[in-house]
Write a protein that binds this ligand. Sequence first.
Ligand code: COA
Length: 173
Amino acid sequence: MFIVIVPGVARPGGGVGENAAMHIRTFEPRDADAVVALWGACALTRPWNDPRLDIARKLAVADDLFLVGEIGPGDGLGRAEGEIVASVMAGYDGHRGWVNYLAVDPARRHQGLGAAMLAEAERRLAARGCPKLNLQVRTSTAEAVAFYERLGFARDDVVGLGKRLVHDDPPGA
Ligand SMILES: CC(C)(COP(=O)(O)OP(=O)(O)OC[C@H]1O[C@@H](n2cnc3c(N)ncnc32)[C@H](O)[C@@H]1OP(=O)(O)O)[C@@H](O)C(=O)NCCC(=O)NCCS
């Protein structure tokens, strides 16, 4: 298990929360509500992608490359329930590794959590023999490019193309 120490978070009413450890582990079905909420808070959901169907499709692959970052329990602070604060959905198609849904709770950014999630995804991909990682960044989240470049990614001379094979209904429709 990969563990990252998370500094205390400023509380709305003042003061700073206690330090805690973020545990990175494989997604479990009980995490679905928290992960969908996290993706919403990170503006990663889109009407044409039902996030719960995305989760179901990923679980059907069963590759242990869908990860969550959880604070507590087991961090010595007596928490009964863990708090999901980060996610990454990686994949390996036998030629390239892919990264999707990298998300960090907006209240917990710039503490190294995103880098830690990516590092664990890279570690698991490398263990499978994956030689290169690719990802696509929406032009509307262009600030993520700076994050990836800081972590060693370089722009490839490619044009991203996509073709939908399954059309999800918008969530709630
Ligand atoms: C992108 C994201 C995952 C980064 O998470 P994070 O926990 O704040 O990132 P880290 O603290 O691990 O930052 C790692 C490095 O990237 C840099 N970085 C992080 N966000 C950055 C930004 N918006 N602009 C420039 N640099 C950034 C950090 O300064 C840090 O560099 P350092 O090692 O020199 O300090 C987070 O901002 C997020 O969830 N964004 C919304 C969802 C998203 O766009 N995901 C990517 C989808 S393609």
